[in-house]
Design a protein around this ligand. Structure first.
Ligand SMILES: Cc1cc2nc3c(=O)[nH]c(=O)nc-3n(C[C@H](O)[C@H](O)[C@H](O)COP(=O)(O)O)c2cc1C
Length: 390
């Protein structure tokens, strides 16, 4: 694991270990995948100011996010099926995050349940919520997260319907996987993965078991078909108000990309937002999050905390997001690569890579405290969309 020098190295290892159907699920963006690719490509266009001859012996990477002290401005984003990248993936990722003082956000669509994580970790974690048609079930999920001691609820607002991912349709993605000749061959080629899954805690979506047509499976539906039948295009700001009235702790709206929505978010009792396009898995053609961030940050005007995800692949990217107005970042695929590459140790390695890259970037940019990183850290020549704002 220590030979992995960068997130791309972990990606290559994960590709070897994880059956194709789940690796491709993780990698996919919606439709033409333009937004997924733009998230990464746009990051690279932002040039940083190199500053020299500043004493950098006292550096501070820790910061406060949602009232919690984090050892660096980073958290693991909620990702469905993490437990299919590696057995007990959600528990392992949460442990790896807690071990180094950052936070983990568990997805509604986890393989391990809220209670499974509660029994396996000693510190509180965050929970992500999808609003499904059955509001009674949504309320029950919120109550479970509260009972388990989750300190923040991330309400995902960019998925009233599933953006189509062609590869999942072609693979007929289902959990547990449908037994076609191809999936059987695929799994047989990864015996270590299969052995661990067989011996792991869960093999299907434990949070929503009991809400699945087949009891614990999809009753013959693919994941996309099930999502389509459960997710709700009527979700509105009224639901945010309802959830705010029943959730007593920190509330974050995940999936804000437009300044007008950011201004609307200011009227709610939410404590923060995540500038996110779901890793390019929803509205294909939407701007990258790093391109959208400056205007959203202007609209928020420091009144709520801003996290950013989608396309964060290096410590330099965290630095860029902080410089353009975020308080912290979240990572999805990068920690899943670590999970697929080496379970808990792999996630730990992914986080360590980000920490080391951010630390070095701060030294070379002459900024000794993450909270001091602002627009002055960006080289004045900004390309295209960024130039327009500045
Ligand atoms: C495999 C996968 C599953 C995801 N599942 C969820 C989910 O269940 N809930 C959610 O709010 N976001 C989900 N997301 C989006 C992530 O929370 C996050 O916004 C995105 O991964 C960030 O982009 P990145 O992968 O480029 O870091 C998922 C993303 C991936 C890659």
């Amino acid at each position: 694991m220590m030979n992995a020098m960068c997130i791309e190295d972990l990606r290559r290892l994960a590709k070897r270990n994880v059956p194709r159907v789940f690796f491709e699920y993780m990698e996919a963006g919606s439709y033409s995948e333009h937004t997924r690719d733009a998230n990464v490509d746009d990051m690279r266009t932002i040039k940083l100011r190199q500053r020299v001859l500043v004493d950098m012996s006292q550096r501070k990477l820790s910061t406060t996010v949602l009232g919690e002290e984090l050892s660096m401005p980073l958290a693991l984003a909620p990702t469905g099926l993490a437990g299919m990248q590696h057995a007990d993936g959600e528990i392992l990722a949460c442990r790896a995050a807690h071990a180094v003082g950052i936070q983990y956000c568990q997805s509604t669509m986890s393989i391990c349940s809220i209670e499974d994580i509660g029994a396996a970790v000693t510190k509180p974690w965050w929970f992500q919520l999808y609003v499904m048609r059955d509001r009674g079930f949504v309320k029950a999920l919120i109550e479970r997260a509260e009972k388990a001691g989750c300190t923040a609820l991330f309400l995902t607002v960019d998925l009233p319907v599933n953006g189509q991912r062609h590869v999942d349709m072609r693979n007929g993605l289902s959990v547990p996987p449908r037994l076609t000749a191809r999936t059987v061959f695929d799994v047989l080629m990864r015996p270590t993965w299969a052995w661990r899954i067989l011996n792991g805690k869960r093999k299907t979506f434990a949070n929503i078991a009991g809400h699945l047509p087949g009891g614990s499976g999809f009753g013959g539906m693919t994941l996309a078909e099930w999502t389509h039948s459960q997710f709700d295009v009527t979700v509105s700001w009224k639901d945010v108000a309802w959830i705010r009235s029943i959730w007593p702790r920190k509330l974050v709206l995940k999936g804000i990309l437009d300044p007008e929505d950011a201004r609307e978010a200011l009227k709610t009792g939410a404590d923060g937002i995540v500038v996110s396009n779901h890793g390019g898995r929803q509205l294909d053609g939407a701007p990258s999050t790093i391109a959208a961030l400056p205007k959203v940050a202007d609209a928020i005007g420091g009144q709520k905390e801003i996290l950013l995800d989608s396309g964060v692949r290096t410590g330099q990217d965290i630095f860029r997001a902080l410089a353009l107005g975020a308080n912290a970042c979240m990572i999805g695929r990068p920690f899943l690569y670590g999970l697929g590459a080496g379970g808990e140790a792999g996630v730990a390695r992914a986080i360590d890579i980000f920490r080391s890259e951010l630390d070095t970037t701060m030294i070379l940019a002459g900024i000794d405290d993450v909270r001091k990183i602002d627009h002055r850290a960006i080289a004045s020549e900004l390309p295209g969309e960024f130039k327009e704002r500045n």
